[in-house]
Design a protein. Structure first.
Length: 297
């Protein structure tokens, strides 16, 4: 009998519940037991593990977030903590794990694989910064939220002839920023992939103002520059009101858009099929519209 544990870890993302749903539906068909592990690796360590008896009774609605709960559990880097987590898996007779999250989460699964636990990783993060997948579950919902927010900011920027700096998430990846910049027609973007030069930005702004620019959005990925300092500097140089908005965790919540729902569900069912076919230690991705798997290195 296959006993499979499932957990979500790191920053939640809209669509994670659809992955879980896909896993449960497919597991039902193959008659696999699914064990919920609550709050990610922390729950694994604390033995917060329960078999899901009747998944139809679960309140798996179309909300964002994760029904399983999540956490960033830094202590998982300690051997003694992992040792207890692995013992909990063994005591529950769990032979495979489905692990949903971002890059930090994937590092956790490497530790487990070294100790003989079979893992399938699924990309659940708004950042879209995971190798070998075109998209991660949650990315398009976050993007939509960002673009809607910037559309709102644009209205007031227009009315007041004002420049706004809008900081978006992405950790060290500019994909959310650049896509939102295109969709919301931001005049300037600053992303980690391109070295930022503050004076070049000032020159560009001055040039555009000379050519009639009255309001503008500067979109910037988090962790590049303190945007309050940046706004003060720009204000001093161009003598124009600059306002700042940090979009923050609004970007991580909300009901998933259709693409994230379908991608999440498909990846969940695919993960179970992989286990059924005897795959071990692979990550799931989507490339050119096709689900793929690749070995965890
Ligand atoms: O990885 C998802 C993410 O939202 C990043 O974009 C951001 O840097 C980080 O998580 C924020 O994490 P926390 O909610 O722990 O502050």
């Amino acid at each position: 009998m296959k006993n499979i544990g499932i957990l979500t870890s790191g920053g939640d993302s809209p669509g994670m519940n659809y992955i879980i749903n896909g896993v449960l539906n497919a597991a039902f068909i193959y008659k696999f037991n699914i064990f919920s592990i609550l709050y990610g690796y922390k729950g694994l360590y604390e033995n917060n593990i329960k078999i899901i008896k009747n998944y139809k009774l679960l309140n798996l609605n179309n909300n964002g977030g994760t029904f399983l709960g999540s956490s960033r559990f830094k202590n998982f880097k300690y051997k003694i903590i992992r040792h207890k987590a692995i013992n909990n898996l063994k005591n529950n007779n769990i032979n495979s794990l489905i692990i949903i999250g971002g890059n930090g989460t994937y590092i956790g699964s490497k530790y487990l694989i070294k100790k003989g636990i079979s893992c399938i990783n699924l990309p659940g993060t708004i950042d879209n910064d995971i190798l070998y997948t075109d998209y991660t579950v949650g990315y398009f919902t976050a993007l939509n939220t960002i673009v809607n927010s910037i559309d709102n900011i644009r209205d007031t920027a227009y009315s007041h002839e004002c420049i706004f700096i809008v900081e978006v998430m992405g950790r060290n990846c500019g994909k959310l920023t650049i896509a939102a910049a295109i969709a919301a027609k931001c005049e300037f973007f600053i992303i980690p992939e391109i070295k930022f030069n503050i004076d070049n930005l000032i020159n560009e702004i001055k040039f555009k103002i000379l050519n009639g620019l009255k309001n503008a959005i500067i979109i910037i990925t988090e962790n590049i520059y303190n945007i309050l300092k940046l706004s003060k500097y720009i204000k001093k140089k161009i003598k124009k009101e600059i306002k700042t908005v940090v979009l923050g965790h609004i970007q991580r919540g909300g009901k998933p858009v259709v693409y994230d729902r379908i991608l999440g569900y498909s990846m969940g069912t695919y993960a179970i099929k992989l286990i059924y076919k005897g795959y071990h230690n692979v990550c799931v991705g989507i490339k050119n519209g096709k689900l793929i798997n690749y070995n965890i290195i």
